[in-house]
Design a protein around this ligand. Sequence first.
Ligand SMILES: C[S@@+](CC[C@H](N)C(=O)[O-])C[C@H]1O[C@@H](n2cnc3c(N)ncnc32)[C@H](O)[C@@H]1O
Length: 227
Amino acid sequence: MIVEDPDRFGLDLSSGGAESRRLNVLEFGAGTGLVSLAVAKLLDILPSFNHCEVSVVATDFYPSVLANLRSNIDTNFPPTHNQISSAHSITTHFLDWSSFSTTPRPDDLSCPFDIVFGADIIYEAQHAVWLRDCLKGLVRRPSDGAASPAAFHLVIPLRPTHTFESSTVESVFLKACDVDPNDDADLVIVSKESIVCDAHGDYTRGQGLDEDVEYVYYKIGWSNAQL
Ligand SMILES: C[S@@+](CC[C@H](N)C(=O)[O-])C[C@H]1O[C@@H](n2cnc3c(N)ncnc32)[C@H](O)[C@@H]1O
């Protein structure tokens, strides 16, 4: 989805006056890093990033996952120190959602992020709450004066075994239309879209290989921003 339509994820700056801009991109629970790697590969292809300095930070908390993530980044960006080009970078960092608000913030996570990605990261009852708390400290606020509003792009599979966990996204984040504009700024669901994928050949599902898999794509942003 990102590669087919980067603009949708705030990644085509051709219309937004990207001259000399800096863009900070974060991924939660990056796993193998596929999302961050795809974004980083796009940066060198999309002409709109020529004059924009982009930092991609792929995070996870599990030591062996982080080691594999680092290795995947080195394999995909072998030249000097993971520098994609002179203006862009991709790095990995430890980030545990459950302890983010109670531990000191490392330098790599100190800048406000413009675009945050999360793929398949809601499968425990507390995940949505923890992620909301992380987002509040990490997502750029509209008052920071960025050209376009910051957003968290979350895609989750709707697993029949995890209906409660999936539903927590909508109990933790209100819909933008349900928020009182006089209330303090909060993180809200700006849009929700159902995606059905043909899972034919998905080896992880064992039986029933011809089943479709349904995902939901949530775009989450600050309630007082124009998204
Ligand atoms: C199902 S995997 C998804 C990986 C990747 N985003 C993808 O779509 O392939 C969930 C990831 O979230 C990470 N994760 C789970 N709990 C976490 C936590 N409390 N803090 C940070 N990462 C966590 C796991 O280590 C794992 O890499």
